[in-house]
Design a protein around this ligand. Structure first.
Ligand code: ADP
Length: 462
């Protein structure tokens, strides 16, 4: 099949979160399955730094990943030559509707210009969600896309691309589409809703989350629309690119290790403790966090029990950026608990690798989590995840390889942290859990085969 990936961020070119990991790794696994893939993403300032970008013969900036996956970049400096992908430290860019409408339109033009007739356009999140809308409306009679089906993957329903209705003309769509059956959502434009309504198939990134988003609690107001399309909605668990995330072969960590040669992990812990200004104690549990600092990630609970945690015998390193509110709370906690709590308020891939490798346990108490990669990465590094039982966390972590709490309360989180801390003193039991963690297999192969099956179904039935 000829498959186009439209995603607003793709590893190794630009990344703010798990979407980029998936959009960079799934195409590689699909190529292994014999599929022909093209990727289209915006040409951000950050991408321009990449050494591997050249002009394609049609004149587009482009690169190759995998064996022969062409990545095309949509160029428009006015829209994309900026520091951030979606906004700056203070807020989202005001012209995001214009930026991503342009990206969607140009992606479809580009396919014609490079003469790539797709069987499937696999779009990701709200930024690409106008693509199925354009295909089913403005381009409904376009012969070029006659056989093209669309699959939308929702990576996080909490981000829908909401804009004031006054901006609707920017989309270039007929204003009749601003109605409750299409792009209107409580008086606003909702791009993700458009994607859900107009795409042929919808997936989300774990089986549990695909059920949760049809509920009032986690449907973010779109549960009804999703429920209506339940027969065309599937949950496929994200995989992990084990060529990037591999403690045996990771150039970013101070010592290599594996399940059969665990010594290197202690070295990584020692190096991380040194970096953080902690005492180099093997007997003290070291927790790690690598995350966007957003409420979704459970920081309302964690900040509520910060003092209690820091008074126990543990060390904690936090790497993240996000809500100013959490920056402030964590900054003051780090000042108060120097030597126990280290804080890095930035996006730093190398440090992330060091934390996954050096920590004993990984805290990820997300209130909701579509899939989550942090816990899957930490399993790979023999670092036991501590998670709330929700979405992809529920599908990947059990008491055999980590710690799971089932009530979303400060008390339950604290109990779970205490349980991990006390189990850490039993080296044999801890090692057993680590072995189970190393044995988990979340490689992309199986998930890629599920996607191929779903693409075929989309082609036959819709
Ligand atoms: P989400 O996509 O909701 O942000 P995921 O757990 O699915 O969460 O994926 C997050 C990805 O981004 C992981 O690869 C994680 O290691 C990485 N990440 C998050 N914050 C940072 C940071 N501050 N520095 C480096 N990597 C980060």
């Amino acid at each position: 099949m000829r498959i186009v990936f439209c995603a607003s961020e793709v590893v190794p070119f630009a990344k703010t979160g798990g979407l980029a990991d998936v959009a960079g790794a799934l195409p590689l696994a699909l190529e292994q399955e014999g599929q022909e893939i093209v990727i289209i993403m915006p040409y951000y300032k950050e991408v321009k730094k990449s050494l591997n970008v050249n002009k394609s013969k049609e004149g587009f900036p482009s690169a190759v990943i995998g064996k022969n996956i062409k990545v095309y970049f949509i160029e428009n400096d006015l829209y994309f030559d900026r520091q951030g992908l979606y906004g700056d430290a203070k807020s989202d860019y005001k012209d995001n509707l214009e930026r991503f409408s342009y990206y969607c339109k140009r992606s479809l033009d580009l396919l014609k210009e490079i003469n790539f007739v797709p069987d499937i356009i696999h779009i990701h999140d709200w930024q690409a969600s106008l693509i199925p809308v354009y295909l089913k409306t403005l381009l409904a009679k376009d012969a070029f896309f006659k056989g093209t089906k669309t699959v939308l993957t929702i990576h996080n329903l909490g981000y829908q691309g909401l804009f004031p209705k006054e901006e609707f003309s920017i989309t270039g769509l007929d204003k009749s589409l601003f109605n409750m059956e299409a792009l209107e959502f409580h008086g606003k434009i909702n791009l993700l809703k458009g994607g859900i309504v107009f795409s042929d198939y919808i997936t989300t990134v774990s089986p549990t989350y695909s059920r949760e988003i049809q509920s009032d609690e986690l449907g973010f107001g779109l549960e009804g629309v999703l429920h209506k399309k339940a027969k065309r909605l599937a949950g496929i668990l994200n995989g992990l690119d084990y060529s990037i995330w591999d403690p045996e072969n990771d150039p970013k960590i101070p010592a290599k290790y594996s399940v059969s040669n665990i010594i290197g992990k202690s070295k990584c812990k020692g190096a991380l403790q040194e970096l953080c200004g902690f005492s180099k104690r093997a007997d003290c549990i070291l927790f790690g966090i690598v995350s966007r600092l957003a409420e979704q990630k459970g920081f309302d609970l964690l900040t509520g029990i910060m003092d209690k945690i820091c008074k126990t015998d543990m060390q904690l390193v936090i790497l993240g950026t996000g809500d100013e509110r959490y920056h402030k709370i964590f900054k003051s906690a780090a000042a108060k608990y120097k030597g126990k709590l280290a804080l890095y308020l930035k996006f730093d891939d190398t440090l992330a690798h060091k934390i996954y490798a050096g920590a004993d346990a990984f805290l990820m108490p997300s209130r909701y989590e579509p899939c989550g990669l942090g816990q899957i990465i930490s399993l790979r590094y023999g670092t036991l995840p501590l998670v709330y039982k929700t979405g992809g966390l529920a599908d990947t972590v059990t008491a055999k390889c980590g710690f799971v709490f089932e009530e979303y309360t400060e008390d339950s989180l604290f109990k779970c942290i205490t349980q991990a801390t006390s189990l850490f003193t039993d080296k044999k039991k801890w090692l057993d859990l680590m072995r189970n963690a190393f044995a988990c297999d979340f490689s992309w192969e199986k998930s890629a085969q599920e996607y191929v099956k779903l693409y075929k179904e989309a082609q036959i039935h819709y």
